[in-house]
Design a protein around this ligand. Structure first.
Ligand code: SF4
Length: 529
């Protein structure tokens, strides 16, 4: 049995996609092994959100080849999408798999193996040509022979992308050549269906429901790596959630690259022009049709309706939401969410800056005052929800005064958690050419200030749960300070531990406890009620 080792970089959406690729490999007969020497295949799901992510992606690809020079190395994901042409020149990489090609993993692998066998035995060359052309999705005979050449022509239009924007070609290299399987992601209109049927923890599963972003914030490379908004068919989301519930999963986290835009492409129709110019407006409000319960998946047109649909799946006790844009929060939306018992009072609202001048140059579509109002609304409908956010420090032209305005705003909102990112200059984005780029030293110092504030706020929020009765969903066992515990999370995503005594199995159980103290690592401690 061939052995495959996988490694993920980047966000939860990437992690979901890696899980889906892992399950494709398992179904094709691969044994999944740790990312260590000894594998036959190494798959790295790369990330390009910052320069550091690029560097780590390259490092992992090279580390893989060092671990086994004879192994096949696959670069998938966002860095592979944006830098596919460069990676093709890197001898350590055998296959480059762009975004929107992850569902093709096994077919591309088979193509690669056939080609490698043909290279080893030229007599097999014709047979390889035949088998790979037959496997190719949507291929026609007239293009199959070209595909095996160095400069093969684009493959047929698999996903409704314009002809000449999809490339599935091989290249020659010292190692015997490789395959670039790639699509011009800006032209892709259909969501690429990937699927997971189980998760290792059996408790909580991230479900990808949306891809792409139409917002083009001036600092962000993601629209170039992920393309425009594509929403997953609600019936496919529902089928996956049901499978996971059947496998024992009790909590789902609905995730996407720009989750708030879920359904925008449904409303526009799938044949609509999805160019950046035509889709640069705010996401359609998910608060539309608030009073209408979707009676079937076919009626779902926005995020709220999707949440309602998922909430009806038996066995799923909790629904958590991935990152939301402030624009989606209205009185109606929050009220409707609060009426769905399974929705967790844990909301990640991207802020990026608390200074209006910076927000404007970031091309964020709200002011600090509007953001404050969104937090007020959430706090009106949910009792002390966990609000989390992202903030960028050292955006080009951010003065000391701008930074202090941002810092003061973060302090005022009382986030439970603030993820702090020093600005990373991404080639191809508008902000990369802005004047007044700041030094790494300034970004680092401003990040330090926000991280310090974050540590204080986390503790303050956690302390609100002391000496209270709370419910946790138990996920795992853990040793803290030499003692054994069952550990789980509250709906607000606070970690809590109960002593592990005897042989009881609390894994995946909802348990009430009364909290008594806070252990090392900001873990609430209490005894089971
Ligand atoms: S909303 Fe802005 S920051 Fe978020 S993925 Fe889209 S472009 Fe990037």
């Amino acid at each position: 049995m061939k052995k495959a080792a996988l490694h993920n970089l980047g966000c939860k959406v990437n992690a979901y996609e890696l899980d889906a690729m892992q399950q494709q490999l398992e179904a094709a007969g691969y044994e999944i092994v740790p990312f260590a020497p000894g594998a036959d295949l190494y798959l790295i799901n790369t990330c390009t959100v910052t320069n550091i992510a690029d560097r780590k992606s390259r490092q992992m690809l090279h580390r893989a080849k060092k671990m086994n020079p004879d192994a096949l190395v696959i670069a998938a994901g966002c860095y592979a999408q944006v830098k596919g042409a460069d990676l093709q020149k890197d001898d350590v990489i055998d296959i480059v798999l762009g975004n929107d090609r992850k569902s093709d993993l096994i077919r591309v692998l088979q193509d690669f193996e056939a080609r490698r066998a043909a290279a080893a035995d030229p007599a097999d060359r014709n047979r390889a040509d035949e088998s790979t052309s037959a496997d190719r999705i949507g291929a026609d005979e007239s293009t199959s022979a070209d595909r095996i050449g160095v400069d093969a022509i684009p493959s047929a239009d698999r996903n409704g992308a314009d002809t000449n924007t999809s490339v599935d070609r091989t290249w020659e290299a010292e190692s015997g050549g490789g395959i670039l399987s790639w699509t011009d992601i800006s032209k892709v209109k259909e969501y690429e269906e990937l699927k997971i049927s189980h998760v290792d923890t059996h408790t909580r599963a991230f479900i990808k429901v949306q891809d792409g972003c139409n917002q083009f914030c001036s600092y962000c490379i993601i629209p170039f790596a992920r393309g425009r908004v594509r929403s997953r068919k609600p019936e496919d989301v529902l089928a996956e959630v049901r499978d996971l519930a059947h496998a024992g999963c009790r909590e789902v986290v609905l995730s996407g690259i720009h989750l708030s835009s879920y359904g925008v492409d449904f409303q526009k129709g799938r044949s609509a022009d999805v160019s950046a110019e035509n889709l640069s407006e705010e996401p359609a409000s998910a608060a539309e049709n608030l009073s209408e319960e979707p009676s079937s998946a076919a009626e779902v047109t926005n995020l709220l309706e999707l949440i309602r649909l998922v909430s009806r799946v038996e066995g799923i006790e909790r629904i958590r939401l991935g990152s939301l844009e402030p624009g989606i929060i209205t009185e109606e939306f929050a009220a409707a969410l609060a009426s769905i018992q399974k929705v967790c009072p844990h909301f990640h609202l991207s802020l990026q800056s608390g200074c209006d001048r910076t927000l404007k140059r970031m091309n964020r579509r709200y002011t600090a005052a509007e953001y404050r109002e969104k937090c007020r609304i959430l706090r009106k409908y949910f009792e002390d929800p966990a609000l989390t956010t992202d903030v960028i420090t050292g955006f080009p032209g951010e003065t000391e005064e701008d930074f202090l305005a941002s810092r003061d705003f973060v302090e005022e909102i009382h986030f439970f958690e603030t993820h702090v990112f020093p600005y990373s200059r991404r080639a191809g984005t508008r902000a990369a050419s802005f004047p007044d780029q700041l030094t790494e030293q300034v970004k680092k110092e401003r990040s330090r200030v926000l991280l310090e504030l974050d540590a204080t706020r986390r503790r303050e929020y956690l302390e609100k749960f002391l000496h209270k009765k709370i419910e946790i969903l138990v996920e795992e066992t853990m040793e803290i300070d030499g003692r054994d515990f069952w550990v789980g999370y509250t709906k607000e995503y606070q970690r809590a531990a109960i002593p592990r005594t005897g042989e009881e199995d609390l894994q995946n159980q909802l348990v009430w406890l009364e909290t008594e103290e806070i252990l090392e690592g900001n873990v609430l401690f209490g005894n089971i009620l």
